[in-house]
Design a protein around this ligand. Structure first.
Ligand SMILES: Cc1cc2nc3c(=O)[nH]c(=O)nc-3n(C[C@H](O)[C@H](O)[C@H](O)COP(=O)(O)O)c2cc1C
Length: 133
């Protein structure tokens, strides 16, 4: 991050406002989970709802596993789980399911938000890939 933005973000109110504007208005889907082993969703933006059909209030407290189903590649999910356990970022794609059951290819980039060495939350930036036949 550049110094001028870092300085601006030192004010907690400004920091929150910038974060909200960025996440709420992103064209990509944004999910934030807590840093517990369960990984419960604490934030989902409008693009997530548009992509998956789940409302924001419907997914708060649940885990992103609700998007998985029979055709989800277990190897990819396993690699993601290992990355999370090691506190590392992960990029991958797998078949996920919308609320109405329609399968689609989900691309994610999952990154830890850290303070020092502590992961405070996990953030996923998500996007739909080519349609599944
Ligand atoms: C921030 C975040 C976003 C995630 N988003 C997705 C997702 O969009 N689709 C998906 O299949 N899994 C997603 N996951 C992965 C699952 O929540 C879970 O970590 C994964 O299934 C591995 O754990 P398990 O083997 O216990 O199921 C996400 C995880 C995190 C932390």
């Amino acid at each position: 991050m550049n110094k001028s933005l870092e300085k601006t973000l030192q004010d907690a109110d400004v920091s929150l406002s910038v974060l909200q504007a960025l996440a709420d208005n992103s064209f990509d889907s944004v999910l934030v989970t807590d840093a517990t082993k369960a990984g419960k969703i604490i934030y989902a933006n409008k693009s997530f709802s548009k992509l998956t059909g789940y409302t924001q209030s419907e997914v708060i407290g649940k885990t992103p596993r609700i998007l998985q189903g029979p055709a989800t590649d277990k190897k990819v999910v396993g690699r993601l789980r290992e990355a999370l356990m090691e506190g590392k970022k992960f990029e991958g794609k797998a078949i996920n399911y919308k609320k109405n059951g329609t399968p689609f290819i989900m691309y994610w980039r999952v990154v830890p938000a850290r303070v020092g060495k502590d992961t405070k939350v996990w953030i996923a930036i998500q996007r739909e890939g080519v349609a599944v036949e």
